[in-house]
Design a protein around this ligand. Structure first.
Ligand SMILES: Cc1cc2nc3c(=O)[nH]c(=O)nc-3n(C[C@H](O)[C@H](O)[C@H](O)COP(=O)(O)O)c2cc1C
Length: 216
């Protein structure tokens, strides 16, 4: 394996958490549609997809969100601003919607999926893990976040993940308070500004033997 020529490694080294986006550059719709699929096709525990990805393109809302995002300019300057929201708790209705979708898409009966349905309900809806269902759902969303960032990097599209924000203020601004969903984090998507000095600084990662351990 030659890490200097491997395309994916090259993509991972190319990407960086973009601090300054060029607000004049917008994604082509065909590229955005690919990124949407990188979100939609993301895996999740049980396949339950306990998320909604809000693409906030409204300028006034973006300006409001920036104020509660440590004033980070990425919120307003990026091309597409994706807010990751997840279920606050998982209900039987959520599971039933998912089971019905499996039945429909695979041409199976809902009855044949009862074992699977009950296993999910016995765990994350009514079991001990129901107490931590929101944290469970939030963890799933980070997989989608990673997928989005890596897909974008392969397309030479820049991103910045943002946890530097006030999730409850987002919920208010985005009118989520009376819904099943709550904000987790966000990813700004677009193109780096030529003046972003972070694009040229060395990527810092621990050495392989510090973070990868074989247990044979
Ligand atoms: C979940 C998560 C949240 C982050 N939140 C922010 C943020 O709010 N603002 C920011 O500028 N960078 C944020 N970052 C970027 C990290 O600081 C950055 O990924 C890390 O320093 C590694 O650098 P690189 O991504 O440029 O390789 C976040 C990264 C992750 C994974």
């Amino acid at each position: 394996m030659d890490f200097n020529t491997d395309r994916f490694i090259n993509d991972l080294n190319w990407r960086y958490a973009t601090k300054m986006f060029d607000s004049t550059k917008k994604l082509a719709q065909k590229d955005w549609l690919v990124l949407e699929e990188s979100l939609r096709l993301s895996p999740s525990s049980y396949g339950l997809q306990p998320w909604k990805f809000l693409v906030v393109q409204n300028k006034d809302l973006r300006a409001k969100l920036k104020e509660v995002s440590w004033n980070q300019s990425q919120v307003v300057d990026c091309s597409h601003y994706v807010v990751f929201t997840t279920l606050k708790k998982v209900t039987k209705e959520n599971v039933d919607e998912f089971i019905a979708d499996i039945a429909k898409q695979r041409g199976a009966t809902v009855e044949s999926l009862q074992g699977y349905r009950n296993a999910i309900i016995g765990d994350i809806v009514e079991g001990p893990r129901s107490e931590v269902a929101q944290a469970w759902a939030q963890r799933q969303s980070y997989i989608a976040m990673g997928n989005l960032m890596n897909a974008a990097a392969q397309m030479r599209i820049d991103t910045c993940p943002l946890e530097g924000l006030d999730p409850s203020a987002y919920d208010k601004i985005l009118n989520l308070e009376n819904t099943e969903y709550a904000t987790v984090a966000a990813v700004a998507v677009g193109y780096r500004h030529v003046d972003d000095k972070y694009k040229d600084i060395k990527k810092v990662r621990f050495a392989k033997d510090r973070v990868i351990q074989f247990i044979n």
